[in-house]
Design a protein around this ligand. Structure first.
Ligand code: CAO
Length: 557
């Protein structure tokens, strides 16, 4: 057993970097390279990794302390035999790592400090666009390192200091920042490529005076930059390798414009677990992503608590509440169907800008006709509810308003118009919502539709629907007519672009210009995908429905 001290390594000349987070406590078992604490200077934050494995005996600093290179951080008891067992060994982390042939954070930072990134052609004229090839800086090793993350893509605008790519060696990961503000012209590497010092990474077009660029870097924009060490060359743009082994500067994720603030150890864990860090909410200071955040994310994903759509949107999760604290409770597992419906609803709600248009159809005549046909329906062994008429009216409106019978492709580039009219019908079943699809509604008679409504609703309730009977819908009708309500805003059943909500019909007084007349009004709620359908389209669709239902003779045309 030996007691050894770990001190602050070379942090690129930063003086008085503040401890913003302690990652270990006395008594913790730590591994080599495990993060000990996070320091933050004016320009960047960095996780200081352990250069020893063992047990933390003492943490010598606290949050808020300001540290510089050489400041003792922790005392660690290691397995190794050592002469100075009783005396803490004032060995710097850089020394320790060096003797083990590793590449400590400080060393790489220092290397980066003296090695600028070369530029292709750089203009020295202020305001003149110039192209700069950002290359792999000195990464403290002759070995190839992997490009593990492309933080930008062609066309992205970057600010000076924005991360361009993340590199990773056996020992550390490091972000290569942009030497200047500008536009990414071309990525010169792919994710997974092995690169060495001097290899080209990104071709940038920037605007600005070269001298300004150099000054900005040498003025200490990253911990690796220093006025003395950054050589001023008229033909190069200075890009110190940022952060080297331990830096956890926020990485800009190009188009997503998401800041991911995580250290190398956390990035590694996320990669191993296949977690996209952009989807993890950081609970550390300044929303830094911690190991526990990644682990918690995976646990929630496995337990189904992270709905796919929600994670994509990076939404904060709803906290778990202990309801038993307020009274007696019973927890019942949700059915598979329930959970599937929930995921579909959430996906649609998050992806589709919904608008709902409301109107009333005067179905007085339709109801009179329908009731007059009840006897015949019974003879035929079927039931004639308003549903077959609704289906028929929708089929006509879909044919006349083809955008409602379309879907938008996933990339948003195209509309797919369907030359068939299949309509889904939401059925309320004891195990959850099911949507069987009635095919070719436009080509079927009211009697045929009545038969199918009865048959499919029964099959749904008895859980006898085949997958094919629930696929291929172009539009959906959700009728709560037998349940009640004046109106509701149904959620579009993506990739469809429209859904008709039907509420309970009621007899109401309607002014005919001379007197109030009792009329049976059917409330309709048409929700639509506003990416595809305009208010005008919806108005026309809805008006046509009202007209058709108001005079069903028009369904003959
Ligand atoms: N207003 C007034 N009465 C209505 C009505 C309306 N809008 N719609 C139906 N009714 C009447 C019917 O005419 C029938 O009465 P009669 O036998 O006297 O004619 C009675 O209500 C029961 O109808 P039904 O519900 O059995 O049949 P339907 O064809 O109207 O509907 C179905 C079939 C499967 C759509 C329906 O039973 C159902 O499950 N609806 C729920 C849909 C749902 O849950 N939507 C929400 C989805 S989002 O969570």
């Amino acid at each position: 057993m030996a007691k050894q001290q770990i001190t602050v390594p070379d942090i690129g000349g930063a003086e008085g970097a503040e401890v913003i987070e302690l990652l270990v406590a006395a008594g913790d078992q730590i591994e080599l390279e495990q993060g000990l604490l996070v320091l933050e200077s004016d320009k960047a934050s960095m996780e200081i990794p352990s250069t020893l494995a063992g047990k933390v005996l003492q943490v010598l600093v606290k949050v808020g302390d300001e540290l510089s290179e050489g400041h003792p951080i922790v005392v660690v008891e290691t397995e190794a035999e050592a002469d100075a067992e009783a005396e803490p060994e004032p060995e710097s982390s850089a020394d320790t790592a060096e003797s083990e042939g590793e590449s400590p954070a400080g060393e790489a930072v220092q290397d980066a400090e003296v090695e600028p990134v070369a530029a292709d052609q750089a203009s020295s004229d202020s305001g003149v666009p110039s192209e700069v090839t950002v290359e792999v800086p000195d990464i403290g090793t002759d070995d190839a390192v992997d490009v593990i993350e492309l933080c930008v893509k062609p066309g992205d605008e970057v600010a000076e200091g924005d991360s361009l790519v993340v590199l990773e060696s056996d020992k550390a990961s490091m972000e290569v920042p942009s030497p200047r503000a500008g536009k990414v012209i071309r990525m010169l590497v792919k994710e997974g490529a092995a690169v060495r010092e001097g290899d080209p990474l990104v071709l940038l077009e920037g605007v600005g005076a070269q001298d300004e660029q150099v000054e900005a870097s040498s003025g200490g924009d990253t911990p690796a930059a220093s006025a003395e060490s950054a050589p001023v060359d008229e033909s190069v743009a200075q890009t110190p390798a940022t952060a080297a082994a331990a830096t956890s500067q926020p990485a800009s994720r190009g188009s997503e414009d998401t800041l991911v603030y995580a250290g190398p150890a956390v990035r590694k864990l996320a990669r191993e677990l296949g977690v996209d860090l952009a989807k993890v909410t950081g609970s550390g200071p300044r929303e830094r992503v911690l190991k526990e955040d990644v682990q918690g994310f995976v646990q929630r994903a496995l337990s189904g608590k992270v709905p796919a759509a929600a994670t994509g949107a990076g939404l904060p999760t709803v906290p778990d509440v202990d309801f038993s604290a307020f009274g007696a409770i019973e927890t019942v597992p949700r059915t598979k169907l329930d959970k599937l419906t929930a995921a579909n609803m959430q996906r649609s709600w998050l992806n589709v800008p919904h608008v709902t248009q409301f109107d009333d159809a005067d179905i007085t005549d339709l109801e009179a006709f329908r009731k007059s046909m009840k006897g015949e329906a019974e003879q035929r062994g079927t039931r004639l509810t308003p549903m077959p008429f609704l289906l028929k009216a929708c089929a006509t409106a879909l044919r006349d308003n083809p955008k409602f019978n379309a879907s938008v492709t996933a990339d948003g580039e195209n509309l797919v118009y369907k030359h068939y009219v299949h309509i889904g019908m939401a059925v309320d079943t004891p195990v959850g919502l099911m949507v069987p699809v009635i095919r070719d509604v436009d080509r079927k008679s009211i009697w045929e539709l009545a038969d199918e409504v009865v048959e499919l609703a029964e099959k749904a309730r008895e859980r006898k629907l085949k997958p094919a009977e629930m696929q291929g819908g172009c539009f959906t009708i959700s009728s709560l007519g037998n349940i009640g309500g004046n109106g509701f805003s149904p959620i579009v059943n993506t990739p469809e672009v429209g859904i008709l909500g039907v509420s309970r019909a009621a007899v109401k007084p309607v002014w005919d210009g001379q007197a109030f007349q009792p009329r049976t009004l059917l409330p309709l709620s048409l929700s639509y995908d506003h990416r595809v359908i305009n208010g005008g389209d919806a108005g026309r669709f809805c008006t046509q429905l009202v007209t058709l239902l108001g005079d069903i003779r028009r369904l003959l045309f």
